[in-house]
Structures are given as C-alpha cells and as structure tokens.
Write a protein that binds this ligand. Sequence first.
Ligand code: ZN
Length: 116
Amino acid sequence: MERVARQARNEALHREVNERLAQMDKRADASWATDGETFEFLCECGAGDGCDARVRMTLAQYEHLRQQDDRFAVAPGHENLRLERVVTRTSAYVVVDKIAELEPYVADDPRGAPSH
Ligand SMILES: [Zn+2]
C-alpha cells in the first residue's frame, strides 16, 4: 500500500503544477475559451519519482477535468487500471477517475472541488 500511496501523492503534486500552468496559459492567451489551441500539461500518472511525459489539452478540456477533484489527465498508455478507471480516452490524453479507496490521498484539491 505504501507504494500506491506514494504514487497517489505524485499525481496530486503534478496536478498542482498543472494548476499553475493553466493559470499562466490563461494570462498568456486571453482568447483561450474560444479557440481550440492546446497547451502542454504534465502527465499526472505519478509513476516512480514523477513522469516527464506531457499531455496536450485545451484549457477548456483542462477546466472540465478539474471540476472533479479525483480526476487526472495522463498520457495514453499511462493509465494504471489498478488505481483508476478510464473516463475519457483521446489520442492526446486519457482522463482517469481514482478508485474510491485512494481518494483520501488525493482529496487536498487546491480548488476544493467537490467529490466527497
Ligand atoms: Zn505518465
């Protein structure tokens, strides 16, 4: 269980980095809501000491993802079906939903979005 807990914490850490990236991208491109431009985010799979893969999403897709605090965006093939289930799969990214027993490790969402 310790290894799984560490992976869940890594995912939460990458999510915080991505939150900051999204804020910067919004400031850099005020028209983000209307065009389909994609931005690079860190893969949130939490593998090992941190995955350095990137996923490309529009800010609208990212905002949609963050509406639930137990959802993460990972690079295709980085989903871990032991820890999560796939919600959305595209060629650029996979959205996964944490299985319920891991939610206590990821519940410290920086926005306090509801899911529990
Ligand atoms: Zn990854």
